[in-house]
Design a protein around this ligand. Structure first.
Ligand code: SF4
Length: 122
């Protein structure tokens, strides 16, 4: 019988991201992805190595375990709600080929730098 193909790292990351600030206990995650702890841990360690998630040690029902949280706050919709382009009078004229374009925009560059600082500190 062929071995069942497990979830991809992307699937697992998607589940973790959907738990938002709360995160998910690893035992709950193993159930959701239908993986045993060995298989699940391997995936989690790969995601952690890439800096996409973090594990926080937590006492749960008298046992130490890990809560897993996504690290990329930038991908959440509320993190881009104040992107300057959304409120810019030049937005209609701004494009890669125009005189006014995102690669030369000081407002956008400053905003991206602020976002990047937030990610590094997180
Ligand atoms: S890149 Fe700059 S100029 Fe272009 S729409 Fe965004 S804020 Fe406006």
């Amino acid at each position: 019988m062929p071995k069942k193909k497990g979830p991809t790292e992307q699937d697992v990351l998607h589940i973790i991201k959907n738990t938002q600030e709360e995160g998910i206990l690893q035992s709950e995650l193993w159930k959701r992805i239908e993986a045993d702890s060995r298989e699940g841990s391997r995936t989690i360690l790969r995601l952690e190595k890439k800096g996409l998630i973090e594990r926080r040690k937590e006492l749960h029902d008298g046992r130490w375990t890990y809560r897993i949280l996504a690290r990329h706050r930038f991908s959440r919709i509320d993190s881009i709600k104040d992107v300057p382009c959304a409120f810019c009078d030049l937005e209609a004229k701004c494009s890669q080929s125009a005189l006014q374009n995102p690669t030369k925009c000081e407002k956008l560059t400053k905003w991206l730098e602020t976002m990047a600082e937030g990610i590094v500190k997180a």
